[in-house]
Write a protein that binds this ligand. Structure first.
Ligand code: ZN
Length: 523
């Protein structure tokens, strides 16, 4: 938006009459640009706009009709945003309206603090360590340059609490409160132009604002994400740590807001950079594990390669996989035996899974099952030895598949017999091998390909523990925030970069309405 509400209120016929032709043309250009973008927004939805796919809950895309409210349920964001800005001398009108419209749309039975109930918003008075004056550079109406010579006055202020490094080395953290003063200036044309805190336009169905009006500065937001996602602390524990160690009393609602805001900040990067990398990589590992969202069973999917990791939570359906990989994924895909992967041509299966199951049979009491387990283990070990030898350049690298054909044919026959066995685990293993027979032995044709799906399992491990501690997520937006932040954190780690400075930068830029900075490049 080029013209703010404050600007529009000053525009009337008398003012327009007073403008020169050049000034009027400058104003008209802004007005037309605003009108176009306002019209576009009016008719926008995910089917006709550039709204990224993840602004819709995964199950909406799967063609199912379980409409979820995209509301931030466990918190009371309206009350919270107000408490954040209460430190300033006046709330922005836009922020006030937001608060109001949310209150009026709030439903009965919504979790979180009730209106009027005592909260834990910011009550302490921190000293002001710095003051920043923001002035408008040019007239919002006629575009003339504004300077010190023009009459000016402060019209608003806000406080920001952030963490700063006390030295250039980036060591240590100090809490700093900055007062930001916003000035308005009178142009020769008679228009007052205001400097305003930055704010990103509404995107999709995010209910959290990306705005400089928020009390927590970008580094504090990033720190809260680190405590929450990397250290796996609950919102209440984060509040306790900030209070006990940094003397900051932030409400759990504000902490929740910080996490969601950071996730919204990185969404474009996840949907473009990370997803594109994963779709186009030569070798991709995929895996999935159960995830709970407010008691509802969903699946946490991971798609990982050497330089990126993409997480998404949703149903366990073919549509989910296609949504991530697209309909035309043609590269190597290492996965488990889950049926939806069978549509992909260049598929690999993890031998470690089969080894574990075969060991289970070998250690059992059923004689035929023990024999079958040993047989499977012997073949896999022989194949693995052959693959390692081939990787080292030793013969018979030329045609491993032909070399091991008799061994594999023998195992194939054994599986056919075991597929009808009375012993259930033996029957299951035999059928699993037969179902995906060729995918297990692709490594004989391409010895450089991996033997196991450890990459994907390792990427999931941290979050599986987080799920056990935190019982999953509570709202659709919370789930989306989790998957977005997890994708950025794991991708940065793959690229040997710390995710936290990046996250702070992304929040800082996006709060100004600018694009998110690119992710750190792979080392
Ligand atoms: Zn002017």
């Amino acid at each position: 938006m080029q013209l703010s509400d404050h600007d529009l209120r000053q525009l009337d016929e008398a003012y327009l009459e007073s403008l020169s032709e050049a000034q009027a043309r400058a104003l008209l250009n802004k007005a037309v640009a605003d009108l176009k973008s306002a019209r576009e927004r009016l008719g926008q939805n995910p089917t006709n706009s550039s709204r990224p796919p993840s602004t819709r809950a995964p199950w909406e895309q799967a063609g199912e009709d379980e409409q979820e409210t995209g509301r931030e349920a466990p918190t009371a964001p309206s009350g919270d945003e107000q408490s954040d800005t209460a430190g300033g001398e006046a709330d922005s009108p836009a922020e006030k309206r937001r608060g109001k419209s949310r209150e009026s749309s709030s439903e009965p039975g919504k979790p979180g603090r009730r209106k009027g109930a005592p909260g834990y918003s910011r009550t302490q008075q921190l000293p002001i360590d710095a003051e920043v004056i923001h002035t408008p550079a040019c007239c919002a109406a006629c575009a003339a340059t504004l300077g010190e010579s023009h009459p000016s006055r402060a019209h608003n202020a806000r406080y920001e609490i952030d963490l700063v490094h006390p030295d250039d080395e980036g060591n240590g953290l100090v809490v700093q409160q900055t007062k930001h003063v916003y000035v308005e200036r009178l142009c020769d044309c008679g228009h007052w132009t205001r400097a305003e805190p930055g704010r990103c336009d509404d995107e999709g169905d995010w209910t959290v604002a990306l705005s400089e009006w928020h009390l927590a500065g970008p580094t504090l937001v990033s720190f809260i994400c680190a405590l929450s996602l990397r250290m796996r602390l609950s919102r209440a524990r984060v509040r306790e740590l900030l209070s006990d160690w940094l003397g900051l009393s932030l409400s759990t609602a504000t902490i929740n807001q910080c996490v969601h805001e950071a996730a919204r900040a990185v969404e474009p990067v996840v949907d473009n950079d990370i997803l594109e990398t994963v779709r186009n990589v030569e070798l991709l590992h995929a895996d999935e594990t159960a995830w709970k969202e407010h008691g509802k069973l969903l699946w946490l999917w991971v798609f990982t390669c050497a330089t990126a990791t993409f997480f998404i939570v949703g149903r366990r359906t073919r549509a989910m996989v296609c949504r991530v990989l697209g309909e035309h994924f043609e590269n190597w895909l290492m996965s488990d035996g889950y049926g939806v992967y069978r549509d992909f041509d260049q598929r690999l299966r993890c031998l470690a899974h089969i080894i574990r199951k075969a060991h289970g049979l070998e250690d059992g009491f059923d004689q035929p099952a023990r024999r079958f387990g040993s047989h499977v283990l012997h073949v896999i070990e022989t194949v693995i030895d052959g693959v390692y030898a081939a990787r080292g350049g030793a013969p018979p690298a030329a045609d491993l598949r032909a070399h091991y054909a008799p061994l594999l044919n023998e195992l194939f026959d054994a599986c056919r017999q075991a597929a009808d066995a009375a012993h259930e685990p033996m029957r299951a293993l035999a059928r699993e091998l037969l179902n995906d027979w060729d995918t297990f032995w692709v490594v004989l044709d391409y010895p450089e390909l991996p033997l196991t799906n450890n990459e994907a399992e390792r990427a999931l491990r941290h979050w599986v523990i987080a799920r056990r501690i935190g019982m999953g997520t509570r709202t659709p937006q919370g789930t989306r925030a989790f998957a977005l932040l997890a994708s950025v954190i794991e991708t940065c780690r793959k690229r040997s970069a710390s995710p936290w400075p990046y996250l702070a930068d992304a929040v800082r830029e996006r709060r100004k309405g600018l694009a998110a900075p690119p992710l750190p490049a792979a080392a």
